[in-house]
Design a binder for this molecule. Structure first.
Ligand code: SER
Length: 593
């Protein structure tokens, strides 16, 4: 096995796929646009969903990248030696181009020749087959042809070897997963499905050959795709022969900064190590969230709330190791320095990152001590083992303790929190303060004034008008940014628009404004939205409902809002600029006068 640094592995990945005729695309933003159903980009395939569904990608049919990802489902697990909230996913895609044969050969070549993994240390799993799709003998045979013996090829059910769809319907298929086999199976039935630790997953190749329909059927896809994902952190950990990702070159400089600033040493006692890992992980993730091209700041909703939770949890753990939390922005500087060459946005936004961390530290520091005292008192007088929703809400409202933090602190003392009552108290408070659900919005809106809501409504009308005028249903939103002066909209389109086309789009939007139709918001499932022809990405979480905004016959789009009540409120719409944004992407700036 080659002992590669993270930098070498990234480069090797790109070089390998370039050599195999792939276009190397850059990482998309961590904050998905046009998708109200997920907060962060969670996999390399996520920003590519429209292309996996058949839209032509401007860079071609073979793509590879290193994608920034955040998964926050298990924030509270972070602290053990394997979980991270931020990670980089090495990925490659065939959009209706090559399929199993080439992909399995590429995988074998990369693992054995590039990473130098002994083939005897590899095991793979393939789909066992069920009523929906047949046993994947083809993949098994291809692995055998590479030299993986039958006994190292495991046939596993859907729960292990099937990926997707990302929403309720859409592309999905069997996958084949690759594992390092440590050679100590726990028994004769031991397999990669077993959690004894003998098999460590290193790579996942998804063969998207089915489309799951609304009635739950799996029909063959016209465009068969390959979607693969390899976690950079985990692979580096294996290659560097470390027990934990926190011991790799990715975390080493961050951990040593924490050691220096706290005077504590990593690797001596478990409690200290846990706190150090929590701080290292959370500050790394926060740095990427704030420093992203669509960077966010702390708030009480959506992405901003996750950021707040991460920073406040890091601040609390500073106390465990006697680290002055005012120094957290110093740790962020180390993260920035570490990644600046690869993710230049961190360098560009360095000041914003450290300012936001300092600001949040300042805010929380003011109430943290009081809150901790209140919490102690509460536990002292508690009867039973459940902290009331009202008490948890007071900690949230008065002392800024995220609910999850109160839950975690409670757990340390063997206590639960009545979450249902917390939510009731929260809802009551929201109603009183006239804030509430209507304040909740996404989609690149900078502030929530009436002006920006009107510009947002205009964005929808323009999005539809662009598709119609340019006769291109793939003229899709790539990005949206609104301030009180103007809207800015990026969309996929291969050439500059003509003056006539710009005029036609303006006319169409102004016609919709003149018609003064109401803006109607409905909640529905992604299937229903799709059936009604709504615009927007359909990569929603399973079973989740989305909001769809309809403006008469002029627009129907999945979106988080907010919007004007009627199109008539908008005034006159004018495009002030149409220019290139990046390869295959155009940018429009427009105003309402
Ligand atoms: N989508 C698959 C995953 O997330 C492969 O990229 O593992």
């Amino acid at each position: 096995m080659k002992n590669l640094t993270s930098k070498q592995l990234r480069q090797m990945w790109k070089d390998f796929y370039k050599e195999k005729g792939h276009a190397i695309i850059s990482s998309a933003s961590l904050i998905p646009e046009n998708d109200p159903t997920v907060l962060f980009t969670t996999a390399g395939m996520h920003p590519l969903v429209p292309y996996l569904l058949g839209a032509p990608h401007p860079a071609g049919k073979r793509l590879a990248d290193v994608q920034k990802c955040v998964r926050t489902g298990d924030i509270d697990e972070v602290g053990d030696s394997s979980h991270c909230t931020f990670f980089e996913m090495l990925g490659n895609w065939s959009l209706g181009d090559y399929f199993k044969k080439e992909m399995i050969a590429y995988s074998y070549e990369f693992l054995t020749e590039k990473l130098g993994i002994d083939k005897n240390r590899l095991a793979v799993s393939v789909f066992a087959g069920d009523g929906d799709a047949p046993r994947d003998e083809e993949s098994a045979k291809l692995w055998e042809a590479c030299g993986i013996p039958r006994e190292k090829i495991f046939f596993l059910p859907k729960s292990n070897n099937w990926w997707g769809p990302a929403g309720q319907t859409g592309p999905c298929g069997p996958d084949t997963e690759m594992f390092i086999d440590f050679g100590h199976p726990c028994g004769k039935d031991c397999s990669p499905a077993c959690d004894c630790g003998n098999y460590l997953e290193i790579w996942n190749d998804v063969f998207m050959e089915y489309n799951k329909t609304a009635d739950g059927k799996f029909e063959p896809l016209k465009q068969k795709n390959v979607d693969t994902g390899m976690g950079l952190e985990r692979t580096v950990c294996i290659l560097q022969g470390k027990k934990s990702v926190y011991e790799t070159d990715i975390f080493a400089p961050i951990i040593s900064a924490i050691e220096k600033l706290s005077g504590k040493t990593y690797g001596k006692d478990e409690e200290t190590d846990r706190a150090i890992r929590i701080i290292a992980d959370h500050i790394r993730t926060a740095t990427f969230m704030i420093g992203d091209e669509n960077g966010i700041t702390c708030s009480n909703v959506d992405q901003g709330y996750i950021l707040r939770r991460l920073l406040r949890r890091a601040i609390r753990y500073c106390k465990h190791i006697g680290l002055d939390s005012k120094k957290l922005s110093e740790i962020a500087k180390v993260v920035i320095g570490n990644y600046a060459e690869i993710y230049t946005e961190l360098k560009t936004n360095a000041q914003k990152i450290t300012d936001e961390i300092d600001r949040e530290e300042d805010r929380f520091e003011k109430t943290l001590q009081g809150g901790l005292k209140e919490f102690d008192k509460l536990c002292h007088y508690l009867v039973g083992d459940t902290i009331s929703g009202k008490a948890a809400f007071k900690l949230y409202d008065t002392y800024g303790f995220p609910l999850e933090m109160t839950q975690e602190m409670g757990k340390e003392r063997g206590l639960k929190v009545n979450v249902e009552d917390f939510q009731k108290a929260f809802a009551e408070h929201q109603q009183k303060s006239q804030a509430g659900a209507e304040q909740k919005f996404k989609g690149g809106l900078a502030d929530n004034t009436e002006v920006t809501a009107r510009l947002h409504t205009a964005t929808h009308l323009m999005h539809r008008a662009l598709k119609t005028v340019l006769k291109d249903e793939n003229a899709n939103q790539k990005g949206s940014n609104i301030n009180s002066e103007r809207l800015r909209f990026d969309f996929t389109f291969p050439r500059p628009m003509t003056a006539e086309e710009i005029k036609a789009v303006e006319d169409m939007v102004n016609e919709a404004i003149k018609a003064d139709v109401p803006v109607v918001c409905e909640e529905m499932t992604v299937d229903e939205a799709k059936a009604q022809g709504a615009v927007g990405l359909f990569a929603s979480k399973y079973g989740e409902k989305v909001k769809v905004y309809t403006m008469g016959k002029y627009s129907k789009e999945i979106c988080g809002g907010p919007h004007a009540a009627r199109t008539g409120e908008l005034g006159r719409f004018r495009i002030v600029k149409e220019q290139s944004s990046s390869a295959g992407v155009r940018r429009i700036k427009a105003v309402l006068e």
